[in-house]
Ligand binder design. Structure first.
Ligand SMILES: Cc1cc2nc3c(=O)[nH]c(=O)nc-3n(C[C@H](O)[C@H](O)[C@H](O)COP(=O)(O)O)c2cc1C
Length: 95
């Protein structure tokens, strides 16, 4: 089983990273292959409302690091998405 963890906090050593990494560690101990993705290492741009995603089959066309994440998600059996709570909601990059 291939499990990916997405740490959608700007703080690499914060609570979100700790929590997601604990889950991945547990999964690894049970024999899963795991991979952690830190948003702080990725350049993911906000939507420009260009509608490019509606014209093809590869999602967003901006050519940022979301393509790497699409590929990892496609090959994952399970996804752990960790976000800090900002103003009562998940963070903007997580959305
Ligand atoms: C701008 C900002 C807004 C926050 N809003 C909330 C909130 O509405 N509710 C809450 O329980 N915690 C809130 N927090 C606290 C964070 O969710 C909490 O510290 C979290 O552990 C941060 O995750 P991190 O350690 O991965 O950065 C807020 C923190 C920040 C910086």
């Amino acid at each position: 089983m291939n499990i990916i963890g997405i740490i959608a906090s700007p703080r690499k050593e914060g609570n979100t990273a700790w929590t997601v990494n604990k889950i991945l560690e547990g999964a690894k101990e049970q024999g899963a292959e795991t991979q952690g993705w830190y948003f702080s290492d990725l350049d993911i741009k906000p939507c420009r409302s260009c509608n490019g995603c509606k014209k093809g089959d590869r999602g967003c066309i901006m050519g940022d690091d979301i393509q790497k994440l699409y590929s990892a998600i496609e090959h994952a059996d399970a996804l752990v998405l960790g976000s800090p709570v900002y103003m009562g909601q998940m963070s903007a990059p997580t959305k």
